[in-house]
Write a protein that binds this ligand. Structure first.
Ligand code: PMV
Length: 324
């Protein structure tokens, strides 16, 4: 097969990944847990140049119909180099991607992007990888992408290269309301901000140990099907991540005043019996988990803060066209 198309969805972490113990292999300092969404997919086609007749010495990458930046293309090429190394191939590829989420705004487009790219590229280059190895491969593009190989709730294990992959966990049924406060590209990439946190935050060692504790507690709460505990851990862990990020030198603050207002509004709704809990990635947008039966009420209650979208648990990355 020399052309393949895959689709993947973003995921939002309930226990966050923030910090690498190995920058090249993208091994995290601690495990994390996320929900793969059923909205904002990335669809990516990888066509080997041998198949298209464009025999070049560079990969080409287009995103949403436009030629991608040199930076983005460089990241795709470095990722494809890894695939080519595994496949014993030197053939360049034409990569065409469409992304339904605003790129770079903390809606995890790098997760869906590299999960789709890993799945399509592995098929195009003829690699026979199971889901675990596809998760390990996607991890090399962007850590959080390892989790977008998995349906619904996913735990991504810390560990060495062989053991750092994501797999499914059972847990409470939930929905998520995504409140898009701002779609602008973030000022500091998560990659650079993670590095700065590890190098300059005096709180980083405590972040690592407390994340391990949060993940253990989260796995217990999931196994007990306990939405309330899942929610409490989710909100407190998100605020801890933003706290450690703000403690960098020079500091980085991703939450906007409106993001904080959403956290406050959700806390007030909880007092009134609408049980929901907030989280936010490396950007100002807020994702709020809620029980299925209260999801529409939550969406309506948060509509004044930005554009709101009610989403549920979605599928891990899949090949949608195995091509020729
Ligand atoms: O995979 P990256 O390098 O884009 O890092 C994502 C980090 C967060 O989204 C902030 C947290 C997470 O666990 O997804």
């Amino acid at each position: 097969m020399t052309t393949a198309t895959a689709r993947a969805y973003p995921n939002i972490a309930l226990v966050k990944y923030w910090g690498k113990q190995d920058e090249d292999l993208i091994l995290p300092v601690a495990g994390s847990l996320s929900l793969t969404l059923d909205a904002f997919p990335t669809t990516t086609t990888v066509a080997l140049d041998a198949a298209t007749g464009t025999d070049t010495d560079i990969d080409t990458f287009s995103l949403n119909g436009a030629v991608a930046s040199a930076d983005a293309t460089g990241r795709v090429t470095r990722f494809l180099d890894r695939v080519r190394e595994l496949a014993g191939s030197e053939t360049r590829a034409t990569v065409t991607s469409t992304n339904e989420a605003p790129t770079g705004a903390g809606l995890a487009s790098s997760a869906s992007g590299f999960a789709a790219l890993a799945t399509a590229a592995a098929a195009a280059y003829g690699l026979d990888l199971d889901r675990r190895d596809l998760s390990r491969l996607a991890r090399r593009g962007s850590g959080s992408a390892s989790r977008s190989l998995v349906d619904g709730l996913a735990v991504w294990h810390a560990g060495d290269d062989a053991h750092s992959y994501a797999e499914a966990v059972a847990g409470p049924d939930m929905r998520m309301v995504i409140v898009t406060v701002d779609t602008a590209q973030k000022a500091v990439s998560s990659r650079a901000a993670m590095r700065r946190t590890a190098l300059t935050s005096p709180f980083f060692p405590a972040w690592i140990s407390s994340t391990e504790e949060s993940l253990a507690a989260m796995l217990e709460a999931c196994a007990a099907d306990d939405f309330t505990r899942v929610g409490r851990i989710t909100e407190s862990h998100a605020l801890r991540m933003h706290a450690v990020i703000q403690s960098c030198d020079p500091p980085i603050r991703y939450l906007a005043p409106t993001s904080v207002a959403v956290f406050d509004a959700v806390a007030a709704l909880r007092e009134q019996g609408l049980e929901a809990y907030s989280t936010a990635d490396a950007g100002p947008n807020v994702a709020v988990i809620v029980r299925p039966e209260q999801a529409e009420d939550l969406r309506d209650a948060l509509a004044g803060f930005g554009s709101v979208r009610l989403v549920g648990a979605g599928d891990g990355a899949r090949l949608i066209d195995a091509g020729a």
